[in-house]
Design a protein around this ligand. Structure first.
Ligand SMILES: Nc1ncnc2c1ncn2[C@@H]1O[C@H](COP(=O)(O)OP(=O)(O)O)[C@@H](O)[C@H]1O
Ligand SMILES: O=C(CO)[C@H](O)[C@H](O)COP(=O)(O)O
Length: 425
């Protein structure tokens, strides 16, 4: 009999990464498909499906001696689209940092409880209302989060999502239902059924198995996934109240394990649930995407080495366009990256210090709000590999930094495929 493998798929801003693990949690295969870099538009739903299949086919080829037990997908949070009753796309995917329409946010402001995670003009709910306000839609249509769309491509039952992806679409994760106030702004029939991450939501279809070259009699199960930053959180192994995880991916995302959920629309703070743990946090629009706009990954390494941490860096608020979500929630918040230093490494120093200051401010807001002192930080995402930045952040944040063995969201999703939320019970 073949050994079992569990597959985690991370569909992020910059690429689709996949990893397969064995029963002991060892990585037995991994692959990556880069997405076209900014300023290209983010791939359409159909193109995303193409990249997913390319990467998955490559991964499957690497593990012919294993039987795939289950697959779980994480994707960017707050990125949504609509599909028809057959699962065909009716819209493009609006991404997490799109702020489509003030009219939609005004409707939410009128009806939603003051601290709902759906208040942001970039929330999934704001995008749903925007589609409804601007498009002629058929009688039956459905809201999909990015992870839902990708799971359906593999054979998952349409009309299901996980409670992490549902949060920014208005799902009440504390009461565990779609709240009644939503009825006054959207037909409830367009909203998916919500399950816990790790719940079985389907199995790979025969056609998909054929296309991917998977040869086994029992089809792999598809398990509900989560958001990209939560998958990275799961990968780190953080599990105790007070432990924080900073995601330095395309965006800066903070999570702090706390005792009770907190929501604060003013500062863009919301809480996710994982089993019986609560994680308060927020997602900024700053992050690695700003660095990548100015520098290649190779330049980031060489320029970082030239930074003198004893020097005072220029003071910046790095954003690619106006609009911030956390720790200031302001759709018009301006970027501040001027004057640009004459030398690139000085400019980079200012950008790295600017992002680190936003991280510091973020944790400063999260701790009193959740009544939880931050005891340690684990860092994940592309920026976590930069030792100069780590040193800069350590001297600013002044809490112990825990080293992390696994920093990839795809690994967290593979754990979700294997264990569900048992780690958090
Ligand atoms: N040496 C580095 N220093 C700082 N940031 C880096 C470095 N290398 C890559 N990055 C940043 O990491 C980001 C990609 O991280 P990743 O976790 O793959 O993002 P995502 O999952 O959001 O696509 C890029 O935006 C890039 O700017
Ligand atoms: O910037 C983002 C890219 O996906 C998301 O908003 C980020 O993942 C944070 O969202 P969540 O806390 O719901 O995971």
């Amino acid at each position: 009999m073949r050994d079992s493998a569990w597959i985690g798929i991370d569909f992020g801003t910059s690429g689709c990464r996949i990893c397969a693990i064995d029963l002991s949690g060892n990585i037995i295969a991994q692959t990556k498909q880069n997405l076209p870099a900014d300023p290209h538009p983010y791939p359409s739903p159909k193109q995303q499906s193409y990249y997913l299949f390319e990467a998955l086919t490559d991964l499957v080829k690497q593990i012919p001696e294993f039987a795939i037990d289950s697959i779980s997908i994480d994707a960017t949070s707050g990125s949504v689209m609509l599909c028809d009753s057959q699962g065909n796309p009716l819209t493009e995917m609006l991404m997490y940092n799109d702020q489509p329409a003030s009219l939609a946010s005004e409707k939410i402001a009128e009806k939603a409880p003051i601290n709902s995670a759906a208040h942001s003009p970039s929330s999934g709910l704001a995008k749903l209302l925007y589609f409804q306000l601007t498009l002629a839609l058929p009688e039956k249509y459905y809201l999909l989060h990015q992870a839902d769309w990708l799971a359906i491509q593999l054979g998952a039952t349409p009309g299901m999502t996980d409670y992490n992806n549902a949060l920014k679409s208005g799902f009440d994760v504390v009461a565990n239902h779609w709240p009644g106030w939503l009825k006054s702004i959207t037909p409830m029939s367009v909203l998916p059924t919500v399950v816990a991450p790790g719940t079985v939501i389907g199995k790979l279809s025969e056609a998909v198995m054929l296309e991917l070259g998977i040869k086994q009699s029992v089809p792999p199960l598809i398990k509900a996934g989560t958001t990209d930053s939560l998958a990275a959180f799961i990968a780190t192994g953080a599990n105790r109240v007070g432990e924080g995880v900073t995601s330095l991916g395309s965006t800066l995302v903070l999570k702090l394990i706390c005792k009770t959920p907190v929501f604060d629309a003013q500062t863009g703070v919301y809480s996710h649930k994982l089993g019986n743990r609560w994680l308060c946090g927020g997602a900024s629009n700053t992050g690695g995407a700003v660095l990548r706009h100015f520098f290649t990954d190779e330049q980031l390494i060489t320029l970082s080495q030239k930074i003198d941490l004893k020097q005072s860096p220029p003071v910046y608020y790095p954003l690619l366009k106006p609009g911030e979500r956390f720790p200031i929630a302001d759709p018009n918040y301006p970027p501040q990256m001027l004057p640009r230093s004459a030398e690139d490494h000085l400019f980079l120093h200012g950008l790295l210090a600017g992002i680190a200051s936003i991280e510091k401010k973020g944790y400063q807001y999260l701790q009193p709000l959740s009544a939880t002192p931050l005891t340690s930080i684990r860092s994940v995402g592309g920026g976590a590999k930069n030792p100069v930045w780590t040193q800069l952040r350590q001297s600013l944040l002044r809490v112990p930094f825990e080293s992390v063995e696994q920093t990839e969201a795809a690994y967290g999703s593979a754990l979700l495929a294997r264990d569900g939320l048992t780690l958090f019970q």
